[in-house]
Design a protein around this ligand. Sequence first.
Ligand code: IDP
Ligand code: MG
Length: 151
Amino acid sequence: MERSLVILKPDALQRGLLGTLIGRLEARGLKFVGLKLMQIDDTLARKHYEIHKDRPFFPSLVQFIQSGPVVVIAIEGQDVIETIRSTVGATNPVKATPGTIRGDFAVSIGRNLIHASDTLANGQTEVNNFFESNELLGSYQRDTDKWIFEA
Ligand code: IDP
Ligand code: MG
């Protein structure tokens, strides 16, 4: 089953937007299988953003993501990577479509509120980097699933 890691970044908590952003994801019908408040340490920050290590913004990115508590969410289901990326919107909020999270709540690329995995492989890797297997509850059913997913 496809998995994605969402991080509600430190700006989301500081701005009091956790509930709003979780609500957007929940209202779309996405199934949460892991969810916790944590503070990311330097080792995990560097690992998470390793693909950007040669970019000029890397130092500020790893510093920002560990600058305060975050909420991390593991989401599971068919096509969750693409579904969540479309809900999140473009990396640069200036270019993000209104109706997306970044298009509605952010204006600056370095304060764009939310991370979402970008590929199937990265989704699996990132969920495993942030959650122990006993923190993931993958097997429960929701009574609403038949109203959200066509059989
Ligand atoms: P994504 O979060 O939409 O997947 P990525 O390209 O993976 O975007 O970049 C990771 C994060 O790095 C972005 O969410 C953003 O906060 C930051 N970032 C990306 N490009 C820039 C930039 O050009 N300047 C400053 N920060 C950037
Ligand atoms: Mg990315």
